[in-house]
Design a protein around this ligand. Structure first.
Ligand SMILES: [Zn+2]
Ligand SMILES: [Zn+2]
Length: 361
């Protein structure tokens, strides 16, 4: 563990550069993780395109790895489970506990997530697209049970934690309710999984292409509405109404990130229904919305950004117990660190549902 290769973001839309960094000795209150798998998330690709992204930086914020070195003060994970070197873990930033973000939304504003912070100074290794990640002092660690695959552990934090949190925030899925999910990418399919295990009677998945919808059915979708067959928002709204006896859905989840998706989703939800907005992250162009619909339909609307400690813990537990679907199939592509740009490409062409990097082979 003398050095660690890392894929470094050096310039907008330029291939990430594979560089080698020294791995400093572990601090008494710190830990070093040897990466097993990091998911290539839509936001990694988004930041790669964005001129305002600080650089150099090592991306990769959805990570699972093994404790390679553990400071003597770090003895237990966040649930009090004893830790030792060699244990598999999920990790996330340590909340400062003092900022408004920590105290209002649970998303710390002082410590950025691993994989979303610039690396100007040593120890540099603060993202998952690297062989090792050098964790902050007092690290947030969650031990992965030995009988849970690394794939499932990773999937618990590729959207499932966010959806679990959002569904809880909006008051849950009433048992037997019909849920419409807009979007058939990783977020949309996490919404399918989480609404089914939360008690949905029927999940209608709206998206494209057909291959993604088919994958959606494998993880719990009952009916699909293919954008190819229903190319306009009105056609899709009509189809959802048809499928729900003319009423509209009890609960609609936006997981597409499409600029006009919210207007469309508001047309799909029934009177007195719920609308959870998840995919609209990074949307900067304002969209016209008939705000009267909130009142006329007496809607409950919520947004959610990422998971928090509790939702990660519960999502991991759910992956081990109640998620019976073959969710591992959602990881469609695996790449070595050197192949990361191929992974970005497969993500952008939507060939990959979830592509992962395996920095240590
Ligand atoms: Zn992400
Ligand atoms: Zn904070």
């Amino acid at each position: 563990m003398q050095t660690s290769k890392a894929a470094v973001f050096v310039e907008v839309e330029k291939p990430l550069e594979i560089r080698e960094f020294p791995v400093p000795p572990v601090e008494a209150g710190g830990a070093i993780v040897r990466m097993e798998m990091a998911a290539i998330c839509g936001s990694d690709v988004h930041f790669w395109h964005l001129a305002s992204t600080p650089r150099p930086a090592i991306f990769g914020h959805e990570n699972v790895g093994v404790l390679a070195a553990l400071g003597r003060e770090v003895t237990h994970d966040v649930l009090g489970t004893p830790l030792k070197e060699g244990d598999r873990v999920l990790f996330k930033r340590t909340n400062c506990g003092r900022c408004a973000g920590c105290n209002q939304s649970g998303n710390c504003r002082v410590n950025p997530p691993y994989g979303l912070r610039p690396s100007f100074d040593a120890p540099y290794l603060k993202g998952g697209f690297a062989q090792y990640v050098y964790l902050d002092t007092n690290p947030w660690l969650l031990r992965v049970p030995d009988d849970l695959s690394s794939e499932r552990a990773l999937l618990s934090i590729t959207g499932n934690h966010t959806l679990l949190r959002g569904i809880e925030k909006i008051g849950g899925v009433a048992l037997g309710d019909t849920v419409v999910v807009q979007g058939s990418g990783p977020i949309g399919l996490a919404a399918v999984v989480q609404s089914k295990i939360a008690g949905a009677g029927q999940v209608i998945l709206v998206g494209a292409p057909a291959s993604r919808l088919a994958l959606g059915c494998e993880v719990g979708a009952d009916v699909t509405v293919d954008l190819a067959g229903y190319p306009t928002p009105q056609a899709r709204i009509d189809r959802v109404r048809e499928l729900t006896g003319g009423q509209g859905a009890d609960f609609v989840i936006e997981g597409s990130g499409g600029a006009t998706a919210v207007t469309e989703g508001l047309g799909m939800v029934r009177n007195g229904g719920k609308y959870l907005v998840v995919g609209q992250i990074g949307i900067t162009a304002p969209q016209p919305i008939n705000t009267g619909v909130f009142v006329e339909k007496s809607l409950r609307v919520e947004g959610v950004a990422g998971g928090d400690s509790r939702s990660i813990i519960r999502s991991l537990k759910a992956m081990r117990s109640v998620v019976k679907y073959p969710v591992e199939k959602l990881i469609t592509h695996r790449f070595p660190l050197e192949g990361i740009m191929e992974g970005f490409h497969r993500h952008e062409t939507m060939e990959a549902m979830i592509a992962v990097v395996r920095p240590n082979g």
